[in-house]
Unconditional design. Structure first.
Length: 123
């Protein structure tokens, strides 16, 4: 069932979310200053392409550095990625069929605000 949901997710808009995360990671990779955020952006890009059956959890180490990096992330990139996911969640929640996808976008909206120090694990 998760494979079917993931394929439908990818076809009907998940590729846009994953692409935005990938673009954010590439833009950050171009600069030396943005390099600390690149692994988190690409990790969440893969999660955004294929979210069903996977969860995002906090890493147990490096919380102080993650907090500082996440605060900078929110100011420069996190808010517009979270806004993107929130708008898509509202649009999908209008229909009954779109509710599972809307819930995934809400999950991605919260993760978009603080991606550093997160890890993607299988359910």
């Amino acid at each position: 069932m998760t494979t079917l949901l993931n394929v439908l997710w990818l076809i009907f808009g998940g590729w846009i979310s994953g692409l935005l995360w990938t673009v954010a990671g590439c833009i950050l990779a171009v600069t030396i200053i943005g390099l600390p955020w690149v692994p988190g952006a690409f990790r969440l890009a893969s999660f955004s392409f294929w979210p069903f059956g996977r969860h995002v959890v906090d890493k147990p180490t490096g919380r102080d550095v993650s907090l500082i990096l996440n605060l900078v992330w929110i100011v420069f990139a996190g808010w517009w990625l979270a806004l993107h996911h929130l708008i898509l969640a509202v649009m999908l929640a209008v229909t009954i069929i779109g509710i599972p996808f809307a819930l995934q976008h809400l999950k991605l909206a919260f993760i978009s605000l603080a991606p550093v120090g997160k890890d993607v694990v299988e359910a």
